[in-house]
Design a protein around this ligand. Structure first.
Ligand SMILES: [Zn+2]
Length: 590
C-alpha cells in the first residue's frame, strides 16, 4: 500500500515540478522539491553503486541538461568509476605440523582477517604474547626473539586490559599488531581471543571495513582450543600463560615446535558507481580556460548497513540534509549561473559525487580523471549538509587555503550569517580530494545534529528558507571568484588530525598528497619551521621508512609516529625522484 501511494505521489510531483523548477532563480520552493525527491523512499537512500544511486545520477544529469550545461565527460554527464564494494572468502587453508598434522577448517577453526594480504606462507610458529613492542612503556613481546620469516601467534587486546586508558591500549589494534609483526620480518600473524571471551570464542566476520589491506603479511584468527592443543604438547596452558603475562606485565615469548602452512585469500569485489558533471563554458578571451568547481555528494547510506548511527530494524536512511541539501545546492547554482552565462569570465564545473560516504571515492576518482588539467581549476566550493540552518550559524571550512578567503566571505555576508571559520583544507568531505591537488577550497556546512546518519534525516526537517539564503550567499562568493582579475592563491594548511595513535602529540609537520597510488607516504608539502621542513623534506618526497617501520601509506605513517615522543630523533628514508635519501628528523611537541 505504501508503495502504491508513493508511485502516485511521485508522478504528481513531476507534474508540479515543471511549474516551479524552470525559474532560474534560487528559490526555497525549488530547494524543497529537489530535496523531497532526492530524499524520498523511492530512492532508498542512494547507496553508492545501487540502482537508486544511478537513478539519482540520471535525475541530476537531466537537470544539468535542462539548465543548459554541457556534459563534462567526453559528451556524457555521467562518469563511471570502479570501487571495492565488498570482500569475500577465497581459497584459504591453515595446517599446523608437529609430530602430527592438524588441518584447520576455515570458518570453523580459523578465518582470514578482512585486511589480510593474499599470500601463501610457511614458517615456524612463535608465540609472541600480545604482539606488542613499545620501548617507552618498557614492554616488548618481541624482545630476544627472532621472527624473521616465521609466523607469530598472539593474543588480542593488551596485558593491561584492567587499567582504563592504559598506554598499551594504543598498540592493541589488530591492523597495528599486523604491521608490527610484518616490520619485524614475520610472514604471518595469528590472532587468538583472550580468555575473557572464552565462552564466546567467536571468529571474526569477514566484513569489508573500507580500508586498504596490510600488505606483505598473512593474517588469520584461530580458535583458542587450537592454541591450547599446541600448548598441551609442551605442557602449557593458554589461560595460565595469559594470566602470567597480564599479572606480571612481563612478556613470555618462545618458539613452538610447530610449523604452520597458511594460505590467505580475501577477494575484493569490484563494483561501479557514478559521478555527474556539467560544464558552463564562459566566453572571456583571457579567463574562460580557468575553472571554478562547485560540488556536493549525492550518495547516502541506503539502508544503513555501514556508518549508520541508528540502532533498530533496517530502515531507509533518506539523507535529506546529508546530502540531498548540498546536491540541490549544485542544481540551483547551476541553473542560476547558466542564466548569467554571458556575464561570466571563468568557466564553471558542476559536480555531484557518489562514494563519499564510503570514503570520498567518487571525488577522489574524479580529480585523478579530470576533464581538464586540474591546474586549470582555480578553486573548489563544496556543500555537504547545508539544509539545517539554525540561528543563522554557518560554518565554513578551508578558510586558510587561500589568503583572501576570509575577506571575501565577510564582505559578501549581507545575509547576517554568524560565520565560523575553520582553516583546514582537508576535512571529512569531497573538498579534501581537490585540496589534495593543491586547489584552494571552501566547504559550507550548517553543522551536525541528532538525525545525522539516521533514518530520521528527512526532508520535512529542512530549513529551505535558510538554504535559499546560503545558496544566494555562495552564489555571490562564487561570482567574486569567477570574475575577479586574479585567481585565488593556494596556501598549504597543515593537517591537525595526525591520527589516533599519537598519544604523545608528536609534531612532524607533513602535508599529505592524496593524488595517485604510491607505495609510501607522499608529501604535498611541509609546514614552515616544522621538524619535516628542518630535516629538508619537501613536496613530492615519498616517505618509505620511518625509524624501523616500513611506510606504505599515510596510515602506516600515522601508526609509526605514535611510537615516538617529542625530542626523539628518527631516521627517515625517502624517495625523491629516482634517488633514495636518508634524513634525520627531530620530533617536536605540538
Ligand atoms: Zn555528507
Amino acid at each position: 500500500m505504501k508503495k502504491l501511494v508513493l508511485i502516485i505521489f511521485a508522478s504528481l510531483q513531476v507534474a508540479s515540478f515543471s511549474q516551479v523548477v524552470d525559474s532560474p532563480e534560487i528559490t526555497k520552493e525549488e530547494i524543497y522539491q529537489h530535496i523531497k525527491y532526492l530524499a524520498s523512499d523511492e530512492l532508498e537512500g542512494r547507496f553508492t553503486g545501487t540502482e537508486q544511486c544511478r537513478i539519482a545520477a540520471e535525475y541530476i544529469a537531466k537537470e544539468f541538461e535542462k539548465a543548459g550545461l554541457q556534459p563534462a565527460f567526453n559528451g556524457s554527464y555521467i562518469q563511471e568509476f570502479p570501487f571495492i564494494s565488498d570482500i569475500k572468502l577465497g581459497d584459504n587453508f591453515c595446517e599446523l605440523i608437529n609430530e602430527e598434522k592438524i588441518s584447520l577448517k576455515v570458518n570453523n577453526d580459523f578465518t582470514p582477517l578482512p585486511f589480510s594480504d593474499n599470500l601463501t606462507v610457511e614458517g615456524k610458529l612463535i608465540f609472541a604474547g600480545f604482539g606488542i613492542s613499545s620501548k617507552e612503556n618498557n614492554y616488548d613481546d618481541y624482545e630476544n626473539i627472532d621472527v624473521k620469516d616465521k609466523i607469530v601467534i598472539v593474543f588480542r587486546n593488551h596485558p593491561d586490559i584492567n587499567t582504563p586508558h592504559s598506554p598499551l591500549e594504543q598498540f592493541a589494534g589488530l591492523r597495528y599488531k599486523a604491521t608490527v609483526a610484518r616490520d619485524k620480518g614475520a610472514a604471518g600473524i595469528i590472532f587468538v581471543n583472550t580468555s575473557d571471551k572464552k565462552d564466546d570464542d567467536q571468529l571474526f566476520k569477514l566484513v569489508y571495513d573500507g580500508a586498504a589491506k596490510v600488505k606483505g603479511i598473512s593474517v588469520i584468527q584461530i580458535k583458542r582450543d587450537v592454541l591450547q592443543k599446541l600448548l598441551s604438547k609442551i605442557k602449557l596452558d593458554a589461560e595460565e600463560l595469559e594470566k602470567q603475562i597480564t599479572e606480571n606485565k612481563k612478556p613470555i615469548s618462545f618458539e613452538l615446535n610447530t610449523t604452520a602452512k597458511i594460505k590467505t585469500e580475501v577477494i575484493e569485489v569490484e563494483s561501479i558507481s557514478w559521478n555527474v558533471g556539467g560544464l558552463l563554458k564562459a566566453n572571456d578571451e583571457k579567463l574562460s580556460d580557468e575553472y571554478l568547481a562547485i560540488g556536493a555528494h549525492f550518495d547516502h547510506l541506503g539502508w544503513g548497513k555501514q556508518n549508520s548511527l541508528y540502532q533498530g530494524e533496517p530502515a531507509i536512511h533518506n539523507g535529506a540534509d546529508d546530502n540531498a541539501s548540498g546536491t540541490t545546492g549544485v542544481l540551483e547554482l547551476s541553473e542560476k549561473f547558466a542564466f548569467e552565462k554571458n556575464n561570466l569570465k571563468r568557466s564553471i564545473f558542476f559536480f555531484a559525487f557518489s562514494g563519499e560516504e564510503l570514503g570520498l571515492l567518487g571525488s577522489n576518482y574524479l580529480v585523478n580523471h579530470f576533464p581538464v588539467p586540474t591546474e586549470k581549476v582555480v578553486s573548489m566550493i563544496n556543500m555537504d549538509m547545508i539544509g539545517r540552518l539554525k540561528d543563522s550559524s554557518l560554518i565554513v571550512y578551508g578558510t586558510g587555503t587561500s589568503s583572501n578567503w576570509k575577506n571575501t566571505l565577510n564582505d559578501k555576508n549581507s545575509f547576517g550569517f554568524k560565520l565560523t571559520f575553520n582553516d583546514e583544507g582537508f576535512g571529512p568531505s569531497d573538498h579534501s580530494s581537490f585540496y589534495g591537488k593543491k586547489i584552494p577550497v571552501l566547504f559550507f556546512f550548517t553543522g551536525t545534529h541528532s538525525d545525522y546518519h539516521k533514518p530520521s534525516d528527512d526532508y520535512d526537517k529542512i530549513n529551505s528558507d535558510g538554504q535559499e539564503k546560503i545558496l544566494k550567499y555562495i552564489h555571490s562568493v562564487a561570482t567574486e571568484i569567477i570574475n575577479s582579475e586574479n585567481k585565488p592563491d593556494y596556501l598549504a594548511v597543515e593537517r591537525k588530525d595526525s591520527g589516533r595513535m599519537t598519544a604523545s602529540r608528536v609534531w612532524v609537520g607533513t602535508i599529505p598528497d592524496f593524488a595517485g597510488d604510491v607505495d609510501g607516504y607522499k608529501l604535498g608539502g611541509v609546514t614552515e619551521g616544522s621538524p619535516a621542513a628542518l630535516a629538508g623534506l619537501k613536496a613530492g618526497d615519498i616517505i618509505t621508512k620511518f625509524g624501523d617501520k616500513k611506510i606504505s601509506n599515510i596510515y602506516d605513517f600515522t601508526y609509526a609516529i605514535g611510537n615516538y615522543k617529542p625530542g626523539d630523533k628518527v631516521k627517515v628514508l625517502i624517495k625523491r625522484a629516482d634517488q633514495e635519501l636518508e634524513v634525520e628528523l627531530e620530533l617536536k611537541a605540538r
